[in-house]
Design a binder for this molecule. Structure first.
Ligand SMILES: [Zn+2]
Length: 355
């Protein structure tokens, strides 16, 4: 059995082929509980004997089966919805195929990749970015060897973020011994990263597309400029599941980014299209905040509608932008991400006043 090289290869890429080999070696007819299986196999010696990449073997051996704490929702659906780690990631596993939606940061992306190989049967991984923002694409490098998708307008924007990605990689810090093993590898690889390692190799246009992941059809839609000019919405009809990307900030202020083509009115229009995809049982994964149902989409529509109304009143009353940005209204009470409140008001002020 050939041992994969430890850590980054000569081209700076973080290698994970050993993990794939490990995943393929699992007996798919095994009836033993998967976690029990992993628990039994996860020792550094046991993993290395199976040819698992040494970095991942060492890291996985220090954890309890996966590197990250996934919310396992059944039917092959795993979610990481954690306010402190960037945009929410979704992993969808079906028939030996896995779709990963968004990759957080360089370190967490590497961990997500390793976990994907463990939680799926490792036959094939596909990556999708809901939009270009760095807290959704920062870990793309760990998926540079698999098919990857984003909206066409996301691609140059992702490419332009390379220095930010490298900086985040060089400063990667793991929490706990398992993640620190991985962080050390990411830090040493980051200096030689190039933009091509982060930019998805498939562009999705405004008409959207459908991806086949195992037995799941995954519908990818773009509903016009909203949070950015390249938002994609993910829908899995057979699971009645929707990932909205950053069109929904659940329980949080929304992040307005004028550099990315944000449009408050477009945002509402996009959200209405997303809402139309849902019924009362749909599981809705927002870009940030807790997983919910379609009511979190309605709440997001309410936020932007109220924001437009409130800011228009300020403009009509002759308030300067700076003064309007100091305001807060009842509909904002209790929302987290307070630090981006003024930014949202300012962006809407500019949009409504043509500024
Ligand atoms: Zn975003």
């Amino acid at each position: 059995m050939v041992f994969a090289p430890a850590g980054p290869g000569s081209d700076g890429r973080l290698r994970v082929p050993g993990v794939m080999a490990f995943a393929r070696m699992e007996d798919r007819s095994m009836t033993m509980d998967r976690r029990a299986f992993l628990g039994g196999m996860v020792s550094a010696g046991g993993m290395l004997a199976l040819g698992v990449d040494r970095v991942f073997a060492s890291a996985l051996a220090l954890g309890d089966g996966t590197l990250l704490d996934w919310n396992e929702r059944g039917s092959g659906v795993f979610v990481m919805a954690d306010l402190s780690t960037g945009g929410n990631s979704l992993m969808l596993v079906s028939e030996g195929q896995a779709l990963v939606v968004d990759t957080k940061s360089p370190l967490l992306g590497a961990a997500i990749r390793g976990d994907t190989e463990v939680l799926s049967d490792g036959a094939g991984v596909t990556l999708l970015n809901t939009h270009h923002h760095g807290d959704h694409t920062g870990g793309n490098e760990a998926f540079a060897d698999v098919p990857s998708y984003a909206h066409a307008r996301a691609l140059p924007r992702i490419e332009a973020q390379i220095e930010r990605f490298k900086s985040a990689g060089r400063n990667a810090k793991g929490s706990g011994p398992a993640m620190e093993v991985l962080a050390k590898s990411v830090r040493s690889a980051a200096g030689s990263w190039t933009a091509e390692m982060f930019v998805p190799d498939h562009a999705i246009n405004d008409e959207g597309t459908t991806l086949e992941i195992g037995e799941r059809s995954v519908e990818i839609s773009h509903f016009g400029a909203g949070h950015t000019d390249n938002d994609l919405v993910v829908r899995v009809p057979s699971l009645n599941l929707v990932h909205t990307g950053d069109l929904v900030f659940n329980g949080l202020h929304a992040y307005y980014d004028p550099e990315a083509g944000v449009s408050a009115r477009g945002w509402i229009g996009s959200l209405e299209r997303v809402l139309a995809l849902c019924d009362e049982d749909t599981v809705v994964i927002p870009g940030h905040g807790m997983v919910g149902d379609r009511s979190i989409i309605s709440a997001a529509i309410g936020y932007h509608t109220a924001l437009i109304e409130a800011v228009q009143k300020e403009i009509d009353a002759g308030a300067a932008k700076e003064n309007a940005q100091e305001k807060s209204w009842a509909f904002m009470e209790g929302l987290e991400f307070e630090s981006i409140r003024a930014r949202a008001i300012g962006a809407v002020y500019d949009e409504l006043s043509g500024g």
